[in-house]
Design a protein around this ligand. Structure first.
Ligand code: GDD
Ligand code: MN
Length: 360
């Protein structure tokens, strides 16, 4: 019954416990696609769902060879399932969408049209003009929009779309290097965008529907995964975490030494403790990559580039203490914040310049 030698379009669908909706989903998607082409495939990647989703798909694939089942046993996860599906896909144009009909199949033709215009990644977006969400509480909408803004601040490539957290998108297979992807959690599009810097990206608006049946698997665990994912993708986030702990170390050392060493010596000792901590962690974690220069040079370079931060920390502390009688540890804390901005600019621009943003 093979209608064509190579499908024009592959639809990849991760499923876990979707027995209640998978039948309706397959019918609706085929009905939509049939209007445009007979030459497509639907690849369902099911993680051995206890509710037997895979059994329904298997049955369907016997009747209709355009439906393919990939049943994974011993492995679970939305992001890895999507990558597996993209690998299995036989077309170069691959659409990823959910099985629960929250991603309306009527949008597929718009997505394909954009891809044919030459875009490598086409995102079905809730936040593009004309898009939206159905029946979300203000709280859920706020969380979603904030996550999206944070990911755009931290991940440059995410700025190419209005909805980097979408689970409904198309990729041109040649444009993404699947072997570079480090999938985790739910946000597979974010990962693909981050690892495909040359890709041309376009948005197509859609309305995220209510779930027809069954439950969302998105929970606290998914939120935690998302934060870890952003840290892995963002040098700036790692820099801020290391610097934040370094600042606390700086202040702790100063606080302990203040009674015995006095204001100036304890301030400098705190600053140096913070610098050494920052250096070791930036070296091993933040900027982890193959470096051209040697470690001694970088340690000296880091001190030099931190001079602005060292000076502002010390000077701000001294001024606040001498002129306004501000507690020196509090003054140092304010000085650290002033110094942080200068420090990041110099570190990424000078010391670790050229360190490719290799992620964890
Ligand atoms: N294979 C596999 N393994 N599939 C999974 C797993 C898993 O561990 N967890 C979830 N899925 C499947 C579900 O069966 C469904 O088809 C799809 O992934 C989305 O899961 P939901 O639990 O319905 O997610 P959601 O509705 O809360 O969020 C979705 O929409 C958002 C907006 O587009 C996801 O696609 C999010 O990534 C997306 O941000
Ligand atoms: Mn859903």
């Amino acid at each position: 019954m093979g209608e064509c030698s190579r499908p024009e379009i592959s639809i990849v669908v991760p499923t876990y416990n979707e027995a209640q909706v998978i039948g309706a989903f397959l019918d609706k998607v085929r009905e939509e696609l049939d209007k445009h082409t007979k030459c497509y495939e639907i690849v369902i990647v099911d993680d051995d769902s206890p509710d037997g989703t895979w059994r329904i798909v298997e049955e369907e694939s016997r009747k209709d060879p355009r439906v393919r089942l990939v049943r994974r046993t011993g492995e679970r996860g939305l992001a890895t399932a999507v990558i597996r599906g993209i690998r299995e896909a036989r077309s170069s144009l691959v659409i990823v969408m959910d099985a629960d009909l929250q991603h309306p199949p009527e949008v597929i033709p718009d997505i394909v049209r954009k891809a044919r215009e030459g875009y490598d990644i086409v995102v079905a977006s809730r936040y593009a003009k004309g898009g939206g969400v159905e029946g979300w509480s203000r709280a859920r909408l706020a969380i979603s929009m904030i996550s999206s803004i944070v990911s755009k601040i931290l991940v440059r490539e995410a700025r190419k779309t209005s909805d980097p957290m979408s689970g409904f998108f198309l990729v041109r297979k040649e444009a993404v290097r699947l072997e570079d992807l480090r999938p985790r959690g739910y946000k597979i599009l974010l990962e693909i965008l981050a690892k495909s810097p040359g890709a041309r990206v376009a948005d197509v608006p859609y309305t995220f529907k209510r779930r027809a049946a069954g439950d969302s698997k998105l929970g606290l665990r998914v939120m935690a995964d998302f934060i870890l994912h952003l840290i892995a993708l963002s040098r700036l986030a790692r820099f801020a975490i290391v610097g934040g702990i370094g600042a606390l170390l700086n202040l702790g050392v100063m606080y302990l030494l203040l009674p015995i060493a006095g204001v100036d010596a304890s301030s400098i000792a705190g600053i140096e403790a913070g610098i050494l901590w920052n250096f070791i962690l930036h070296e091993e974690w933040t900027f982890k990559s193959k470096f051209a220069k040697g470690v001694a040079k970088r340690l000296i370079g880091y001190h030099v580039s931190s001079l602005a931060g060292i000076a502002s920390t010390y000077i701000v502390m001294r001024l606040l203490y001498t002129l306004a009688g501000v507690n020196p540890v509090l003054g140092q804390a304010i000085g650290i914040i002033v110094g942080f901005i200068a420090n990041y600019t110099l570190s990424s621009g000078v010391v670790w310049r050229g360190a490719k943003a290799k992620t964890l």
